[in-house]
Design a protein around this ligand. Structure first.
Ligand code: NDP
Length: 453
């Protein structure tokens, strides 16, 4: 009789790898199945390569800024090939690190597509694996609307391996990826237009932050078009693309990138035959223990439709392992998720937006804001400015939200998230000694209420 696994994980992305290796570390017999790349979206076509491109794009800005400090550079050549290939080498290195951290605690790796045959059986590479539990952690996949000519566009997977760098780009969408890539591509020298169907990019974030970043991005030369959508993409004779907009006008570009969201990656897993219940958006429906409606079949990460962020998948993996193999039967806590958007300048945010705070605490909200020119830019020629904001509940002085647009905001927000988790009040912020001269010190020196609700 074949061996019985304690856990079969399908998908070696952030959540799957974490769950597999931490389960194996408890002594469980674990196999992980992956048919694409080790490390999933984050490592291969997401957070990590995006951040490397973001650095490249920012460096170019730094070179311009340097002149005000008497450092003169020549920016006569940008080699896309060097950036792309160095990035790919780094990703290869990370892929093998992922393999090593799986193999160290004894996780078996199968490089194939996994298909669930029954609640205790997974088919992979011609083998029928018998198991006590199955964990689906297959992540998400870019979604593009089905408009004429959509095949002439790329998505956020393709952008990492472009054969050549475009001179002109249209980015469609107004979420995380569209905003980040509009900045990256523009910073690297492409004439960039962002087309968003809504009235203000980054829906769901604090409105003032959305307005502020729009102004900053526009100031850097990105053409942001709102309340408009692309209804067709044409391939022109010279190989360029033409976007036909819903007001009848057209816009030509070397490259059209769609960043219109991601969908759960559930195809070919056998979920339908098994009768696994899906949510309306196609993600897998699970309970607080990541269990689907089918016994022994679990799912976590982007495939279950919770916030599609690597740290969420990692934490879900930890909670799952504790629930299944540990003594700590805790649930996942989705409150106060800090997040950064690597626009230029970046956004860091944690807690409630002004709008949500007012909705939840009517007539009980004070807003503290600070808007300034960072010290560095008093010497550089850059017009970039920074904005910070604290959302405070007046009755108990509790800080409900912290938001920033500006250099280092992604780093600053991580520590502020600890303060908010600990229930910090505005008085705690005020009594914290500042670090000077920094931008972060503004968070502890905002004395005057900007407005009250
Ligand atoms: P988002 O959900 O953030 O944004 C999708 C955007 O596409 C929205 O502006 C949406 O408009 C628009 N859109 C959706 N459907 C259509 C359509 N049919 N036609 C035109 N526009 C459309 O998705 P992303 O793809 O940007 O990113 C996916 C997820 O990945 C994010 O939600 C985030 O969780 C994660 N991510 C995190 C990053 C980080 O932590 N820094 C970086 C990148 C991604 P509307 O607002 O009107 O719905």
């Amino acid at each position: 009789m074949s061996e019985i696994y304690d856990l079969v994980v399908i998908g070696a992305g952030s959540g799957g790898v974490r769950a597999a290796r931490m389960s194996a570390a408890t002594g469980a017999k674990v196999v992980i199945i992956e048919n694409r790349y080790m490390g999933g979206t984050c490592v291969n076509v997401g957070c990590v390569p995006k951040k490397l491109f973001f650095y490249a794009s920012e460096l170019r800005n730094h070179l311009h800024d340097a002149e005000g400090f008497g450092l003169f550079n020549t920016l006569d050549r940008f080699s896309w090939e060097t950036l792309r290939d160095n990035k790919s080498n780094e990703i290869k290195r990370l892929n093998s690190i992922y393999e090593n951290i799986l193999e160290a605690p004894g996780v078996e790796i199968i490089r194939a597509k996994g298909r669930i045959l029954a609640p205790d059986t997974v088919l992979a590479d011609g083998r029928e694996l018998k198991t006590k539990r199955i964990l689906v952690a297959t992540g998400g996949w870019p979604f593009k609307p089905n408009i004429p000519g959509i095949e002439h566009t790329i998505d956020s997977n393709d952008v990492f391996s472009l054969p050549e760098f475009p001179q002109t780009v249209v980015v469609v969408g107004g979420g995380y990826i569209a905003s980040e890539f509009a900045g990256i591509l523009s910073g690297l020298g492409a004439k960039t237009t962002l087309i968003y169907r809504g009235d203000l990019i980054l829906r769901g974030f604090d409105n003032e932050i959305r307005q502020y970043i729009t102004k900053q991005m526009t100031g850097k030369g990105i053409n942001i078009m709102t309340d408009i959508d692309v209804k067709e993409v044409r391939l022109l004779e010279d190989g360029r693309r033409q976007c036909v907009l819903d007001n009848g006008s057209t816009i030509d570009a070397d490259l059209v990138m769609y960043a219109t969201g991601r969908k759960a990656n559930t195809e070919g897993l056998g979920l339908e035959d098994l009768g696994v219940e899906l949510n309306k958006d196609g993600s897998i429906h699970v309970d607080a223990c990541f269990k689907t409606n089918i016994n022994n079949v679990y799912a976590l990460g982007d495939v279950i439709g919770t916030p599609a962020l690597t740290p969420i998948a990692l934490e879900q993996g930890m909670v799952f392992v504790d629930q299944q193999f540990g003594e700590d039967q805790r649930d996942m806590d989705y409150s106060l998720i800090p997040t950064a958007i690597f626009t230029q300048p970046p956004i860091g945010t944690v807690g409630l937006s002004e709008e949500d705070a007012v909705k939840e605490n009517p007539n009980d909200v004070d807003i503290y804001c600070s808007e300034f020119r960072p010290l560095k830019h008093t010497m550089s020629q850059s017009k970039e400015r920074s904005f910070m904001k604290l959302v405070v509940r007046r009755s108990d002085n509790r800080v409900l939200g912290a938001h920033m647009v500006g250099d280092h905001s992604s780093e600053i927000i991580q520590t502020l998230a600890i303060a908010l988790r600990l229930g910090a009040t505005k008085t705690d912020f005020d009594r914290t000694i500042a670090v000077h001269p920094t931008a972060a010190e503004e968070f502890v020196t905002m004395r005057n209420v900007s407005r009250s609700h």
